[in-house]
Design a protein around this ligand. Structure first.
Ligand code: AKB
Length: 319
């Protein structure tokens, strides 16, 4: 029987993963862990909510006991750009938080999903068709915590038999909760700007490619990986997963198919640009496809059409 805790339920992924898991496993089975971000009302109305600061064991352990949690989705993290402004905080949340999650999981036998990222790679990684197993020397504190987190999670699996699993997410595009503080945020912001103002100033240069994924596929990746029979897994922490790879001028062209007078200007942000250049252009995710049937549904045209439809509706509703 699955009793699930989501740490970071009010964040970009958590705010959509929580209702999806509640739909699949039952509302009372999925505890929404919240910390700083103000959670939406629906989170409280649809199931249990607990205050969980991942860096504080005294808050985490009693929640695991109270709800007999057997699966944890650990989504707490500072994204790449905000992590560069607060590197010690990024380390504290990413590493001390993960260590607490792994320790509680060792004691209470929980399975753990902790997302890694394309941020776990760096300039010395092959950036085209980035292999599953390759050089990982990231330049950001976010990336350092992601590589160290992958290693630590594999260590807990091998040494203590904790069922740890993870994917390396690309930029995630969504329309419920904004990402906040990442290098790939432009690929979300562009849609709101296109609908509201028909123009966008892009912080990343026109031909910089990055892997991306639409939220429904990102949710499916996390749930599918946690469901798969462990005997199929040759890898654990962490799987390359991607759904599309594009550069700013390609997403602008796609938006122009729906909003022909959409204008794009560029004002390059040097921090974002240098991070983006150190990340893969396109990952090879064949191991995820082979080991647990990863198969994303949304490509760039399908994602753009859906994003514009939802955001237009939201804007008309005055939200
Ligand atoms: C970021 O840009 O920092 C994140 C990521 C790719 O992990 N969206």
């Amino acid at each position: 029987m699955k009793n699930i805790l989501i740490i970071g339920s009010a964040g970009q992924i958590g705010s959509e993963l929580t209702p999806e898991l509640r739909k699949r496993y039952g509302n009372s089975k999925v505890v929404a862990g919240i910390h700083k971000t103000k959670p939406p009302r629906e989170l409280f109305e649809s199931g249990p909510v607990e205050r969980v600061d991942v860096t504080d064991k005294e808050q985490l352990f009693p929640v695991i006991k109270k709800y007999k949690i057997d699966t944890i989705y650990n989504l707490a993290a500072l994204l790449s750009v905000v992590g560069e402004a607060n590197p010690l905080e990024a380390w504290h949340v990413g590493m001390n938080g993960l260590l607490n999650v792994l320790e509680v999981s060792r004691e209470y036998r929980c399975a753990v999903f902790t997302p890694s990222s394309i941020g776990a790679f760096g300039l010395s990684t092959p950036l085209d068709n980035t292999p599953q197993d390759t050089i990982q020397r990231p330049q950001t504190m976010y990336g350092v915590t992601k590589v160290a987190g992958e290693l630590l999670s594999d260590y807990y699996f091998k040494r203590f038999d904790v069922d740890t699993r993870s994917v390396r997410y690309p930029g995630i595009i969504s329309n419920v909760t904004p990402p906040g503080g990442g290098t790939t945020d432009y690929a979300v912001e562009i849609f709101y700007a296109a609908v509201k103002e028909k123009k966008f100033t892009c912080p990343i240069s026109s031909k910089t490619f990055l892997d991306m994924m639409y939220m429904p596929d990102a949710l499916e990746a996390a749930i599918q990986l946690m469901e798969v029979d462990p005997s199929r897994l040759k890898h654990r922490n962490s799987f390359n997963v991607t759904a599309m790879s594009f550069c700013p001028e390609m997403i602008a062209a796609e938006i122009r198919r729906h909003i022909p007078d959409f204008e794009m200007n560029y004002k390059i942000d040097p921090i974002k640009q240098s991070i983006a250049e150190s990340w893969p252009n396109k990952m090879d995710d064949s191991c995820a496809r082979e080991e647990w049937n990863w198969n994303p549904k949304y490509d760039l045209p399908m994602m753009a059409e859906d994003m514009l439809r939802v955001i237009k509706k939201k804007c008309q509703g005055g939200k």
